[in-house]
Design a protein. Structure first.
Length: 486
């Protein structure tokens, strides 16, 4: 039986949430007021959908590559009963979409899930693969304040039970988003495959313990703050111990947490984990989840407003390949900090108001990678980078910019502007303490010399990396990185 499907634009708010303003008011209630209660039905899908919307499966936006025809109910394979859900993950070259994902939503006003401590289901695949995420709390109608995600779930050819713990069940008094998933073919090298889901339900297992919440992935981060430049708390996780003895870590939405600022005159935190900065001074942002202290903290030192770089010159978009700039359309970025072995560099992409910049601290070397896909800059003549040194410069301080190319054969060839590999000299006199400086380097400066562990930049048709290297400068801000044709 082919199920009904409804297409929805994906409005999942990421766990690293954007800046929002909320209006609130207080209401006074009589002690005699009785609040509405909602059904606590635990079942989501057994042999058929239980209490879900008529569409049953509501797909994420096909404009984002989601295949709306990859979902079905089947009676051929099941864990228990007579039927299961079948997902045919498309190959990466499928013209109808290269991934599949969507939600199951309660047909009523929502369910009271406070009696339960986990969402559970059974999972089986036609092959071994990794499913990007499963979860609940996404309903397409709200800001998903209590969304939970379990990522990188390993698929096997045998049925296995998946358990997604609820960080704080007391929050789920009216939840409509009962199940969600996203799957693609990255782990299978682009090949399509099938998996089945059965017996989706909420349970009170009573065997989930040792909750260990964290913010910022459990790291205490010392960071400079800026007036009127909100900071979004990321790395919100909670780890639990299951009855099997295994540990499982979920991504938890900010509204599960209670955030605290040690100096509210400097900054405050809303329920979405957005830190509003409005005063000069220092503060420490910490959190608890269900009265358990979260590992990690954000220590902010606010000294003034943020200084943005000048707007880059307007160029014909056909003459630009933008790695990172609000002025142009950027290519796909794999990461802004590879955290490679031997690197001490912290930081990466930072949201400052409505704009983004890149900030690095403890710099020795750091890489921005864009290998999926690589960039063909063979027709470009220069690379532009805006750099601000966020510390006092001393004579002899230098910054090196490196490029990396994967080459037509997939073999990495790199070359930097350091004399040791025969390129142009490092950036020294061009830099200014606390000031943005626009750097334009001809790509011909990245010569084919060798040394320093590099084999030489043999071409620019498969560029994949821009790196920053220094043995003397620790803190920098970077913006407007792009290749252009002059």
């Amino acid at each position: 039986m082919k199920v009904h499907k409804n297409i929805k634009v994906q409005f999942i708010l990421p766990l690293s949430l954007g800046v929002m303003a909320f209006l609130s008011c207080e209401r006074e209630f009589s002690d005699d007021v009785e609040f509405a209660s909602f059904p606590s039905n635990a079942d989501v899908f057994l042999d058929d959908p239980v209490g879900l919307t008529d569409e049953f499966f509501e797909s994420f936006d096909p404009l984002e590559g989601y295949n709306t025809e990859a979902f079905d109910r089947t009676t051929d394979v099941f864990y228990d009963g007579t039927a299961s859900i079948r997902i045919d993950v498309p190959a990466d070259d499928n013209p109808d979409g290269f991934q599949v994902g969507g939600i199951f939503r309660d047909r009523g006003a929502g369910r009271n899930l406070t009696p339960y401590d986990a969402l559970t289901f059974w999972l089986r695949g036609s092959t071994t693969a990794t499913i990007a995420e499963f979860g609940f709390g996404t309903d397409f109608d709200t800001a998903d304040p209590f969304a939970v995600k379990l990522t990188n779930v390993r698929l096997t050819t045998d049925w296995k039970k998946i358990i997604i713990p609820i960080p704080d069940p007391s929050k789920l008094v009216q939840e409509r988003g009962l199940f969600s998933f996203i799957a693609g073919s990255l782990s299978t090298g682009g090949a399509g495959y099938t998996f089945w889901i059965d017996e989706i339900k909420f349970e009170n297992l009573g065997t989930i313990g040792q909750p260990r919440p964290a913010i910022l992935n459990g790291v205490t981060l010392d960071q400079e703050g800026f007036l009127d430049a909100p900071v979004t708390l990321s790395g919100l996780t909670e780890t639990f111990n299951l009855g099997s003895g295994d540990n499982v870590t979920v991504l938890a939405a900010p509204s599960y947490y209670d955030f605290t600022s040690s100096n509210p005159s400097v900054a405050s935190v809303n329920e979405l984990g957005v830190v509003s900065v409005f005063g000069i001074g220092e503060t420490s942002i910490t959190a608890t989840l269900a009265n358990v202290a979260a590992a990690g903290a954000l220590n902010l030192n606010v000294m003034g407003a943020f200084d943005f770089p000048p707007t880059p010159p307007a160029r014909n978009p056909e003459d630009v390949i933008s790695v990172f700039s609000d002025a142009y359309t950027n290519i796909n970025i794999d990461f802004f900090n590879g955290f490679f072995g031997g690197s001490t560099t912290l930081g990466g992409l930072v949201a400052v108001g409505d704009e983004n910049v890149i900030r690095y601290t403890d710099l020795n070397f750091v890489t921005i990678e864009f290998a999926n896909p690589t960039a063909d800059a063979s027709q470009m003549t220069h690379i532009h980078v805006d750099v601000k040194v966020d510390e006092t410069l001393s004579p002899g301080d230098a910054l090196v910019i490196e490029l990396g190319d994967f080459g037509a054969n997939g073999v990495f060839n790199g070359l930097n502007t350091d004399d040791s590999v025969g390129g142009a000299p490092p950036l020294t006199n061009e830099l200014r303490s606390g000031e943005w400086v626009g750097i334009d380097i001809p790509l011909t400066s990245f010569t084919n010399g060798t040394g320093g562990g590099f084999t030489g930049l043999m071409g620019t048709s498969n560029l994949s990396q821009v790196s920053f290297v220094s043995g003397t400068i620790s803190d920098i801000s970077v913006d407007n990185i792009y290749f252009y044709r002059q």
